[in-house]
Ligand binder design. Structure first.
Ligand code: PGA
Length: 242
């Protein structure tokens, strides 16, 4: 089986003005000079991509966009294409984050189109899936996530162009996490949908305290980190746990 190097990705969401965003990027780049066994990625807001890219240059920390449109260009006010992310120095694009599925009404078909757009531009797509609390309580988590994967992943997926992030909606930004047994179970189920060697990240309230336990699970290949990625020390502590 192909080796899966862990990936620790920071999703800054709508956080970061030039002063604090650049300090954070520099802080991550500086810490990343120390030896680490994982790949590192930060996904700042679009407005900071160029400046953060500059701050990361000379380090091995990669740059990603938090979303992209499916079209390469056109009359889509407020949107950013995958090609534009590539031009800004990105290697990755997050697509299908639950905050976009739930607040922007994005469907699996939208996520699939965005994944194809990321690939068209030469980016790795980080495709997010995850169940709501009601779905988990109804015992439907695996079924829901399986359906999201079936709808969101293009047939031609390959492990070098794809990362899947399992992010239970109820764990994002809440301080709650599934049990490690639940994470292990659903990651194993997700793996059955993916090409051999595809990395599966866990996301949802990962912090320096719980990272080691979660990242030690055999089927967990890294983390997608929101809140804790906004502090260089916390993000680095999670990277160290990977
Ligand atoms: P959180 O966010 O770490 O703040 O829970 C994770 C995410 O939404 O990617």
């Amino acid at each position: 089986m192909a080796e899966r190097k862990p990936l620790v990705a920071g999703n800054w969401k709508m956080n970061g003005r030039p002063a604090d965003g650049l300090a954070l990027a520099r802080g991550v780049a500086e810490r990343a000079r120390a030896p680490h066994r994982c790949d590192l990625l930060v996904c700042p807001p679009f407005t900071l991509l160029a400046a953060v890219g500059e701050a990361l240059s000379g380090s091995d920390v990669m740059l990603g966009g938090q979303d992209c449109h499916s079209a390469p260009s056109g009359a889509f006010t407020g949107c950013i294409s995958a090609e534009m992310l590539k031009d800004a120095g990105c290697s990755h694009a997050i697509v299908g984050h639950s905050e976009r599925r739930h607040t922007c009404g994005e469907t699996d078909a939208d996520v699939r189109a965005k994944t194809l757009a990321a690939w068209r531009a030469g980016l790795v797509a980080i495709v997010c899936v995850g169940e709501t609390r009601a779905e988990r309580e109804a015992g439907k988590a695996i079924e829901i996530v399986g359906a999201q994967l079936a709808g969101s992943l293009p047939d031609e997926a390959s492990a070098d162009q794809l990362v899947v992030a399992y992010e239970p909606v109820w764990a994002i930004g809440t301080g709650l996490t599934p049990t490690t047994a639940d994470i292990a179970e659903i990651h194993a189920a997700i793996r059955r949908h993916l090409p051999d060697g595809t990395r599966i990240l866990y996301g949802g309230s990962v912090n320096p305290k719980n990272a080691a336990e979660i990242l030690a699970l055999a089927e967990v290949d890294g983390a997608l980190v929101g809140g804790a990625s906004l502090k260089a020390d916390d993000f680095w502590a999670i990277a160290q746990a990977a």
